[in-house]
Design a protein around this ligand. Sequence first.
Ligand SMILES: [Zn+2]
Length: 364
Amino acid sequence: MAIEVQIPGPLRNYTGQQSKVQVEGGTVGEVLQNLKQAYPGIESQLYENDGSVRRFINLFVNGEDIRGQGGIDTSLKDGDKLGILPAMAGGSLGLSPEQVQRYHRHLIMPEVGSKGQRRLANATVLIVGAGGLGSPAAMYLAAAGVGKIGIADFDVVDVSNLQRQILHGVEDVGRPKTDSARDTLNRINPTVEVVAHNEPLTSANAREIISQYDVIVNGTDNFPTRYLVNDVSYWEGKPLVDGSIMRFDGQLTVYAPGFGCYRDLFPTPPPPGAVQSCAEAGVLGVLPGIIGSLQALETIKLILGVGEPMIGRMLIFDGLSFEFRELKLRKDPNCPVCGEHPTITEPVDYVEFCGLPQETALVG
Ligand SMILES: [Zn+2]
């Protein structure tokens, strides 16, 4: 028998904006089951993970609360009207109608849902470097609805950046990268708060900046900043989503406090000149797109608390042979920063530590 289900405003994004839909069923429970089959997105709004109807959803048959009748087993006859009343004060979904529309593909995923989407909206992420890695990472995080994205970069856009740094366009050449990044991210998602840290990250300011964020994404391409960000993220207790690229190769891992750090692998930097930078050795334009996107993925997983983050593991990507390999990372009890007897407990002079002349170290 056909029952008219009255769909409240916040749920109409799941029914193609229809306020009333006809659904078959002999009881309230059957109608809801058939409703979710006809409109799959609505399921996570109506049901808990264990299959029970969510507590803030109230149901009415012909205007009468089903709790005064047979509850979910209340029987229905042809032409009955089933009303759905979600709690609205404070927002049962906690999201505006625009947000429900924008994040629809997230909201229908049990791993995200409206709870996860609110987590993303409340999250803060610092992107160190608005370059090849930082570009896709920041853009996907903005699109995903991360509430606040900090961009630490003091460079201006150069025409040679455009081959891979997709935050920036031709008209941005000569502009500060933080300005260009803000414009691009707000064009994708105007609700994201973009904070520009348009200054070099140094021993003097790194703790103050990094401490403001939940997750740190490392998109830097020089050793002094890489060690600085590693050390300070560890001291501030922040997970660090680390990526690096060169030519056709990429690496990705997540350092979480308590699970080691970059110095467990590389206690001291290679001597100056031993490792080429992208500026010297080159990088295929799409490589940072691949690794930076994976950094966005790992960041979102950390925020949502789902899946298995790349903690204690390193992904090695070889784009020429098209191989993804994984290494197990070992925590070093003798690590000078995160080991049992740390010898470095506050920021050092990283330029001197890396044995680099100042101007080399500042290439962003
Ligand atoms: Zn360590």
